[in-house]
Design a protein around this ligand. Structure first.
Ligand code: LLP
Length: 426
């Protein structure tokens, strides 16, 4: 509904012809749809209300931390899940109330924990015994009280890409579930800490209910056990991870997640929260790129379409072999006959490939395409490799559009470089 093809104006995103943006901004250019962000957040929330679950949404900043994205999500009532001091500062900068911020992450420095204490954020998800004791010391020294949840590694295989699984035995994340109760007990006795509950997050782009249910069942058991000891457990943070349809996956609707939570944790009188990133943001963004040129290959091998976006802009295909839909912006190409093409970027790495043997209409130089579902883990993961400045970003909503980040100036790439004095001027 937010993307459609118009016979005259070509591909339209939230009422704005993408050709207009590409012409005025040049490519590559990211486009974020505020209306899509809103609609998805509301749909997600609705799934929980329909199950009678009160649910806080702490949007995972790492998926897309642009201030404009955060402003929209703050308006939609989201808090933030952060993993660094930088993300904490960003969330505050976007006006998200510190009480609505949860700090996750496997390696928090003293400086980051002190910042969290100083801002008095809502919750810190502690991931090791060492971190728990260190946080107790820092909070005591600062005369503060940290609200703590233990992030439990439930040893559940999320059945997703290896590089985005986080809840298995041997993954670096969370506290071994068998050790968590003893540590919770210890936390309750340590100064400077208020133990409020448990957290878990087993991975990303999860497409079935079973891993969620298995993880939450384990957490529910732990909640009951801790309470039987007389320990306070008020909150459970159910993590993120809900997958989306990139290609032809049967992505579960949010009601599946709501069901898994309701059935396991729903009757335990807990404050519940989730930390979604991808589900909210991925379908709300596209990356516009133009064809630089074509390179014919021998019979039996797909020709290359070389585009002006690359793995430094969108890293996902090169990192995870991820599949992203591609739609030409021009209306005359939309219904043309397709043939297999491989779409590649100009970066000097063989992994700089966006699509192999993809059925696409006959692209010509300067034709533009939208790479879909790039609103999450897109711009945030870009680099300036090959001295390629970061692409511009635009936000659209209701037929209006505005630049939210200009294309990076080339000079800024070396603005902070300096040459050691001993090398001299010559
Ligand atoms: N909470 C925690 C503690 C996380 O580590 C993550 C993601 C999330 C929430 C949000 O997960 P989501 O709802 O977005 O699945 N760059 C990879 C994804 C890495 C996800 C890392 N953690 C990709 O492009 O697929």
């Amino acid at each position: 509904p937010s993307l459609h093809m118009d016979a005259q104006d070509g591909l339209i995103f939230e009422g704005v012809p993408l050709q207009t943006i590409a012409s005025q901004m040049g490519t590559p250019c990211w486009v974020m749809g505020a209306g899509t962000l809103r609609r998805r957040t509301r749909n997600l929330r609705k799934a929980f209300t329909e199950r009678g679950l009160g649910m806080s949404i702490h949007y995972a900043l790492k998926a897309n931390d642009h201030l404009a994205t955060l402003a929209v999500l703050r308006q939609e009532g989201c808090g933030a899940d952060i993993v660094s001091g930088g993300e904490l500062r960003r969330a505050c900068q976007a006006g998200i109330h510190p009480g609505d911020i949860v700090f996750s992450g496997v390696g928090k420095t003293d400086a980051e924990l002190n910042l969290a204490l100083q801002e008095d954020i809502g919750q810190i998800n502690v991931e090791s015994a060492e971190e728990l004791r260190r946080l107790s010391r820092l909070a005591t020294a600062a005369g503060a009280v940290a609200r703590v949840a233990l992030r439990v590694n439930p040893h559940v295989d999320a059945d997703t890409h290896d590089k985005i699984s986080t809840g298995r035995l041997g993954d670096k994340f969370g506290i071994d579930w068998a050790e968590a109760p003893a540590l919770y007990r210890e936390g309750c006795a340590l100064p400077g800490l208020e133990m409020i509950g448990l957290a878990t997050h087993i991975g990303s782009q999860i497409l079935t209910a079973a891993p969620f249910r298995a993880a939450y069942a384990r957490i529910a058991e732990m909640v009951i056990g801790l309470r039987q000891e007389g320990l306070p457990v008020h909150a459970v943070d159910c993590g993120g991870g809900l997958g989306i349809r990139y290609r032809d996956e049967l992505a579960p609707p949010p009601s599946i997640l709501a069901g898994a939570i309701a059935e396991t944790l729903g009757s335990l009188d807990l404050r519940l929260a989730i930390e979604p990133g991808r589900w909210i943001a991925a379908p709300a963004g596209v990356l516009l790129t133009s064809v630089i040129g074509l390179k014919a290959q021998r019979e039996g091998i797909s020709d290359f379409a070389i585009v002006d976006a690359a793995m430094n802009d969108l890293a996902r295909p090169s990192l995870y072999d991820s599949w992203h839909g591609m739609i030409p912006l021009a209306p005359d190409l939309a219904y043309a006959e397709t043939a297999p093409l491989s779409v590649v970027g100009p970066v000097c790495e063989s992994s700089d490939v966006f699509a192999r043997d993809r059925a696409l209409p006959p692209l010509r130089p300067d034709d533009r395409i939208a790479i879909l579902d790039t609103g999450a883990y897109g711009a945030v993961m870009s680099s300036t490799y090959n001295a390629r400045p970061r692409a511009a970003q635009v936000m659209v909503e209701n037929g209006a559009w505005e630049v939210i980040t200009p294309r990076q100036r080339l000079e800024s790439l070396w603005a902070d470089d300096s040459i050691p004095e001993w090398l001299g001027a010559g």
